[in-house]
Design a protein around this ligand. Structure first.
Ligand code: BMA
Length: 378
């Protein structure tokens, strides 16, 4: 009887412990800090939603690269928890991104945000490697850019065996070199979320649903991750799968590269009108549910307010993201425009309501996330 009791106690103990075990990143060789970041974010998504802002640390509506400056901080007194950065044109060997931001300065701010205890996410609007090669004297935007969807041969041309496969490898080499440079002062690689080939369900980038097959899209993802992970030995990246607006899980998952590649299921959705709240609710409902079943992170990785709506943050965005375990919401860049310096920032329009969003117990900005010590837990 005693032995039976002991067995029962031990079994219950083991099951409880097993139940508490936190999931790990897809990369089996992920660095210690990357595993801890993954697990911190996994738990944090049940506590609140982090606020993220693209290029927040690089420029604002009325200023350009001033080291400690941030539009978010100017409004709320705190930095965003998640800082977004864009690497478009790194593949060309350029010194500056497609948004004219210096890559050296991007690396500086990534290190800075990491040292402050914040979370980093990186996007990549890479050029079109296929159409870029076509001589076109009348060429005008979007010729050769990420937005050039004039050919359906792009993805197949850069996969192994394709005409531009070697060219694509040189692009990945340049990307890898930048990633390898992201180290802290002790030489420890800085963990970050990478969200390439984003908004797959749309057809406005050359990797979109109607421009390549689902198999090609998945192969592109797998090739890229394996290149960085296996060939370049980079193990400080969490990979975010991403689509634009979707109405079903089936649509969301088209081209999904696999749980051994992906760490985060993310969605981009901008408010284009009345139906947004219900559509976002529906999509976040099935995405967060599926993410839970796969032990993955979640995010609303790009969103933006409805034009002319001063209380969008508290009346539209917050109620929906509060319903689900969404890791972070990120709003896109405050495009620098010298004319705003004179006329004031367009941010002023929703300032008061952004503060409501900031003050909500559901939202997390940098100070709250810093306390969580997301890279180094006790
Ligand atoms: C887009 C726009 C572009 C920009 C790109 C990459 O959505 O903001 O102007 O070049 O993101 O940041």
């Amino acid at each position: 009887m005693k032995t039976l009791n002991l067995i029962i106690v031990l079994t219950v103990f083991t099951l409880c412990n097993f139940g508490e075990k936190l999931p790990v990143p897809a990369d089996k060789k992920a660095t210690k800090e990357t595993v801890i970041l993954f697990q911190s974010l996994y738990e944090l998504k049940n506590k609140g939603v982090m606020y993220g802002h693209q290029d927040d640390l690089m420029y604002g509506f009325t200023w350009w690269y001033e080291k400690e400056r941030s539009d978010t901080k100017e409004l709320t007194g705190d930095y965003p928890a998640v800082a977004g950065f864009e690497l478009g044109h790194i593949e060309l060997g350029s010194e500056r991104s497609l948004d004219s931001v210096s890559f050296v300065q991007i690396a500086e701010q990534i290190k800075m945000h990491y040292s402050r205890g914040g979370v980093i996410t990186v996007s990549w609007h890479l050029n079109n490697p296929f159409t870029m090669q076509i001589r076109d004297t009348l060429s005008a935007w979007p010729h050769g850019s990420a937005w050039d969807v004039s050919s359906t041969e792009v993805v197949s041309s850069i996969l192994p065996g394709g005409k531009y496969h070697e060219l694509f490898n040189t692009w990945l080499e340049k990307l890898a070199t930048f990633f390898i440079g992201l180290k802290d002062e002790r030489g420890i690689p800085i963990p970050f979320i990478f969200r390439p080939f984003h908004e797959h369900s749309g057809s406005f980038f050359w990797w979109g649903t109607n421009i390549c097959t689902d198999q090609e899209y998945s192969a592109l993802w797998r090739y890229t991750v394996e290149f960085l992970r296996e060939k370049k030995n980079i193990h400080n990246i969490l990979y975010a799968y991403n689509t634009d607006r979707v109405t079903s899980l089936e649509q969301y998952m088209r081209g999904y590269p696999g749980d051994d590649i992906i760490d985060m299921l993310s969605l981009d959705m901008y408010d284009r009108g009345e139906q947004f709240g219900a559509e976002l609710d529906n999509a976040l409902g099935f995405i967060t549910k599926d993410a839970a079943s796969r032990n993955k992170l979640t995010a609303l990785s790009e969103t933006g307010e409805r034009r002319g709506m001063p209380d969008w943050w508290s009346s539209v965005l917050l109620p929906v993201v509060s319903k689900y375990p969404v890791g972070y919401v990120l709003t896109w860049r405050n495009t620098y425009n010298s004319k705003f310096s004179v006329s004031g920032s367009p941010f002023q329009f929703y300032q008061a309501d952004f503060k409501n969003f900031y003050n909500s117990a559901r939202t997390l900005f940098l100070k709250e996330v810093k306390e969580e010590n997301v890279y180094k837990r006790k």
